[in-house]
Design a protein around this ligand. Sequence first.
Ligand SMILES: Cc1ncc(C[n+]2csc(CCOP(=O)(O)OP(=O)(O)O)c2C)c(N)n1
Ligand SMILES: [Mg+2]
Length: 319
Amino acid sequence: MSAAASSSKTERLLSLYRTMARIRAFESAAEEASKGGVAAFGATLGTQALVRGPLHLSTGQEAVPAGVCANLERTDLITSTHRGHGHTIAKGAGVSPMMCELFGRASGCNGGKGGKGGSMHIADFAIGMLGANGVVAAGIPIAAGAAQAIKIRGGREIVACFLGDGAVNRGPFLEGVNWARIYALPVLLVCEDNRYSATTATAAMTGGEGAAARAHAIGIPARVVDGNDVESVDEAAAALVAEVLVVAHEAVQVAGFGAEVAATVAEALRIPVKRVGAPRIPVGYSKPLEDEARVTADKILAAVFAVRETRRWRPTTTG
Ligand SMILES: Cc1ncc(C[n+]2csc(CCOP(=O)(O)OP(=O)(O)O)c2C)c(N)n1
Ligand SMILES: [Mg+2]
C-alpha cells in the first residue's frame, strides 16, 4: 500500500472511530440522565431525572451506523428503529439538540416540534434523518415512500433504512421491501441483527435463515457482515450503495396481460419501462367467453346485493 493510500485509510478509520466514540458517549450520558426517570433504569414517581419516558439505547451497536452513514451524502435520507440515537449522530446531527430532545425541551432537534418526539421519535430533517420509530418495521414503508419520491423527482439520493432483526417478521417488511424491489427504488436496507427482539431470542420466532435469505427471496442482493467490525460494515455499505444506485436507474420490466396499464402507471411515476415481448393473450380467451363471464359476474353481484338487502340491520322500536 502506498504512503498516500495508507494515510487516507488511517484517516478513514479515525473518522469511523470518532463517530463510534461519539455515539457511545451520547448513549452513556443519556443513560445517566435517565436514572430514576425511565422504567428500565428504576423510574420513581416525582423524579427529577432529565430524561423521562421510553429510552432505547444502542450501546454496543455503534459500528453499524458509523460504517453505513460514512457512505452517505448529507442529502441522502435515513429511517430508523426505536433505537435511533446512533443513526441520528452518524448521519450528522448535533448531540446538544439531540440531548435537548430527550429532555423534552423546545430546543430539541425535532424542528418546530422540538421536545415532543423524545428518544423513540427523534428526527432531524435538516440532515435527512426522517425519524426513529416506536412501531417495529414501520420505518421500512417510510423509506420506500421517500425513495419513491426521490425517483419521481429524478433525484440521485438514496435512503438507508435501518431495521432490527425482529422487523423481518412483520408485514411491513414484506410489503416495503417488495415495493422497493419492483420499482427499483434507491433504498439500502440495513438489518441490525443483535439476535434479540428486545427481550425475546429472535431465532425462536423466525422461520428460515433470517433477513438476508428473505431479501434474496424478494430479488434483493444482500450481504452478511460482522456488525462489530466497522471496516467490514464500511466496505459492504460502499459496495451496496453503488449497487443501489445502479439498480435505481434500471428500467422496470413489464410483460404480458395488463402490461400497458403497468407501463402507464410506471411512466406516470417517471420510472423507466422496458417492455418484454408482446402482451400474451390467455389460452382460451375469446370475446363470447368474456361476455358470458361478465353476465355471470353481474348475476353473482346482483345475488350478493340481494342478500345484503335482506340482512340490513334495522333499529328495533321499543315501547
Ligand atoms: C408493531 C410492534 N409490535 C411490538 C412492539 C413492541 N416491541 C418493542 S421493541 C420490540 C423488539 C424489536 O426487535 P428488533 O427489531 O430486533 O430490535 P432490537 O430491540 O433488537 O433493537 C418489540 C416487539 C412494537 N414496538 N411494535
Ligand atoms: Mg434485534
